[in-house]
Ligand binder design. Structure first.
Ligand code: ADP
Length: 482
């Protein structure tokens, strides 16, 4: 099939979270299985320096954005046969320090930046010579694209429009802006009503994706059910219920070429399910790197996360305050909310020989923490899919997760089926419940044979993209028929 993907971030060019990993792996695997794939993404600062093969296309953009016109360029990279990245070069919008924000503050012109980006996606969908059959957009930044395409059919006679698929990676980020910003879309006000783009007198980009896309997907089956309830629906559950027959939960996969323990440039020693000795060495190496006491016998708990409320950091801090008095270590890698950064620094001051908090974004260290830890903490308040628990499984690091969204879909508790059990799960959102699970982990740590059994189950669990891509392809195919 011919598929155009659009995303505000894609690994390895830009990344703030799981969206980048998912789109990067989906694009790669779709192309690998014989489909023609294009990906539209902004050309952020630093990408050209890292990927000098990117070349300018003879294609100049000149699109309306409210009362002005904005120019831009398309740069491309042919990554593999059948896989082309189209970078949108608009220096004023995209050559900045951050993708969406700086120092924790969103850019004031995010509406304009991503409306322009969405218009470029619709423009490419229409005029690319290879004529995509499906346009697959992701999250609020590209959620207006299905509407822009539909409107172009009605108002501009775009005859054979592609089918549209919109994926919600996180319903909590909706791209809500003052109603005045709607003018930047240059769309008629017919769409600005409660069944369309309007949300309590404001413009809601994500809502447009839900209302106007042919099909909607989200990144795990459980989250697909959860978001149709008032508790998880972030104010959009009513609309999601209305569109339930077009809403599908497709569990994300893992890019095992990237996330593996055998051929990994970030790890000192490789290891496998047959021979776990390298994992012990990687743990000692991690303890050395982080300045913790180097001792294989001390259980090490890891956490790699955006420092945001969603991730359950308040209960994690509470549980750690209690548990760090036992014989254990904790390593955090994260960035985001200054309040949490401060709280973790405080925790480290209290337990300087037991806890480490690395504030920042560090790809290599994230692999080393996954590999070197014994247990991985993911006590999210909600979690659309979550990738780190799946990375932990492959790295033989037992995940401790709260029963929500994709965490529930991917981890099997040690009290469940012994042949597949690979993690520790808890339900109640409280520091006490998490601490209790950590205590279970400490008991498990004293039972090396059992621990190895669960590690083996974890490492052989299979979340490969090949299976996921088949699910997306059958959804795309249903669009072609409709
Ligand atoms: P979310 O998309 O909500 O942030 P996911 O678990 O789906 O959560 O994906 C997070 C991705 O971002 C993972 O690949 C994780 O390793 C990575 N990540 C998050 N924070 C950091 C960090 N500080 N340094 C390196 N990688 C990080």
């Amino acid at each position: 099939m011919k598929i155009l993907l659009a995303s505000s971030e894609i690994h390895p060019y830009s990344k703030t979270g799981g969206l980048a990993d998912m789109v990067g792996a989906l694009a790669k695997t779709l192309a690998h299985t014989g489909n023609q794939v294009g990906v539209v993404t902004p050309l952020y600062r630093g990408i050209q320096e890292k990927f000098p093969g990117i070349t300018k296309l003879d294609w100049n953009l000149d699109l309306p954005l409210g009362s002005r016109r904005v120019q831009g360029e398309i740069w491309t990279l042919q990554v593999a046969p059948g896989l082309t990245i189209y970078f949108v070069h608009q220096p004023e919008f995209f050559q900045r320090v951050g993708l969406y924000q700086e120092n924790g503050v969103d850019y004031a012109d995010n509406a304009g930046r991503f409306i322009f980006f969405s218009k470029t996606v619709a423009h490419l969908a229409r005029y690319l010579p290879w004529q995509p059959e499906v346009v697959h957009t992701n999250d609020w930044q590209t959620a207006l694209v299905p509407l822009l395409i539909q409107h172009a059919k009605l108002a501009e006679g775009w005859g054979n429009i592609p089918g549209t698929c919109f994926t919600i990676h996180n319903l909590a980020y909706q791209g809500v802006f003052p109603a005045t910003q709607y003018g930047l879309t240059n769309l008629p006000y017919d769409y600005f009503n409660p069944t369309g783009v309007e949300f309590y007198q404001q413009m809601n980009c994500l809502k447009a994706g839900i209302a106007y896309s042919d099909i909607i997907t989200t990144v795990s089956p459980r989250y697909a059910r959860e978001i149709t309830t008032p508790e998880f629906g972030c104010g959009l559950d009513d609309l999601l219920r209305k569109r339930q027959s077009s809403l599908f939960g497709v569990l994300n996969g893992v890019d095992y070429e990237e996330w593996n323990t055998m051929k990994n440039p970030y790890l000192k020693l490789p290891y496998s399910v047959e021979d776990l000795s390298g994992k012990v060495e990687d743990k000692l190496e991690l303890q050395r790197e982080l300045g913790l006491p180097v001792d294989a016998k001390i259980p090490l708990f890891g956490s790699i996360t955006r420092l945001a409320d969603q991730k359950g950091l308040d209960i994690q801090l509470g549980a750690l305050a209690e548990m760090l008095s036992t014989n254990m270590q904790f390593a955090l890698l994260g960035s985001g909310s200054p309040t949490y950064e401060k709280a973790y620094r405080e925790l480290v001051r209290r337990y300087p020989t037991k806890a480490v908090a690395k504030i920042g974004f560090d790809q290599g260290l994230s692999h080393r923490i996954e590999a070197g830890s014994d247990f991985y903490l993911m006590p999210s308040r909600f979690e659309p899919c979550g990738l780190n628990q799946m990375y932990s499984l492959r790295y033989g690091t037992i995940p401790i997760v709260r029963i929500t969204g994709g965490l529930d879909d991917t981890v099997v508790d040690i009290t469940e089926d012994a042949d597949t059990a690979n993690g520790i799960k808890f339900a109640e959102y409280s520091a006490r419940a998490l601490a209790k699970s950590m205590r279970k982990a400490l008991v498990l740590y004293e039972e090396p044979e059992l621990l190895t059994h669960y590690r083996e189950n974890a490492m052989t669990a299979d979340f490969s993209w090949e299976r996921v891509v088949q699910e997306y392809l059958s959804l795309y195919q249903s669009l072609r028929r409709s």
